[in-house]
Design a protein. Structure first.
Length: 255
């Protein structure tokens, strides 16, 4: 049976596990290492998709009293080391609400999930997309754009497309040294769990920041001999240290 399909406006986030190809190559024919890495990637994809889905369901049910957010419009599809979140939008205000709430959810996940030596890069945009849920078929120029942005991100960061029209004064939006706008999840998490919060929440924030530091240190130790990966982890180290330096969190700076 022929299905009438068409592309419509969507918010699209394409995420990729950084260094996947390099990791796989480094394992050679070691099946045990491949299987260990497989479990890490699978767990990450499963936990991230569940976290965003459950968070959206909770907000729609308990916090959206005017029924205007409708975050459960977000769907996701995963393949190999990639996962894509997408949701249709009606106008610029609707697109902004979907974008901001997705970034809030990502900041919470990135800081609370035990990433170990796995880090993510991605691209966030808005554009045309069509999705057939039965076939798990996705199509559209928006997908192409999000994929291109992810490739341009280079380091473990999420590159933000200018088409999103995100306010440059919004917490969590920063301009990198190369002129690209990216998602500053550390600053957004700080605003959510430290600034003006109670002592218990602040302690939790520092636990997450320490974990973030440890994960970067461990990744550099583990994969420092892989040149293409080391450059990306060094960017992450600088990102972490700049954040800590600006807020005078000296004990959490990576030496």
């Amino acid at each position: 049976m022929e299905v009438n399909m068409e592309v419509t406006n969507h918010i699209i986030l394409f995420l990729d596990v950084m260094g996947y190809k390099s990791h796989i190559k480094s394992f050679g024919t070691d099946i045990d290492k491949q299987n260990q890495y497989l479990k890490k990637i699978h767990n990450l994809m499963e936990d991230l998709s569940r976290f965003i889905t459950y968070r959206n369901e909770y907000i729609d049910k308990n916090l959206d009293s005017y029924n205007c957010l409708k975050l459960t419009r977000f769907q996701w599809i995963t393949f190999s080391d990639n996962i894509m979140f997408f949701a249709p939008y009606n106008d610029d205000v609707d697109a902004g609400n979907l974008t901001y709430n997705l970034l809030y959810g990502l900041s919470e996940f990135f800081m609370q999930y035990e990433m170990e030596d796995i880090f993510i890069r991605g691209g966030l945009t808005r554009g045309k997309l069509c999705f057939d849920n039965d076939l798990h078929f996705v199509f559209g120029s928006g997908l192409v754009k999000a994929y291109e942005l992810e490739g341009e991100a280079f380091a473990p960061r999420i590159k933000l497309d200018e088409s999103l029209n995100i306010s440059k004064i919004m917490i969590g939006v920063e301009k990198d040294d190369d002129g690209n706008w990216y998602f500053d999840y550390l600053k957004l998490f700080y605003a959510r769990f430290y600034h003006g919060k109670n002592e218990e929440q602040q302690r939790y924030f520092f636990q997450c920041l320490q974990s973030h530091k440890d994960n970067i240190v461990n990744a550099i130790k583990k994969y420092g001999d892989i040149k293409e990966l080391l450059q990306k982890y060094e960017w992450l180290k600088k990102y972490h240290n700049d954040f800590c330096f600006n807020l005078e969190f000296d004990n959490y700076i990576i030496k």
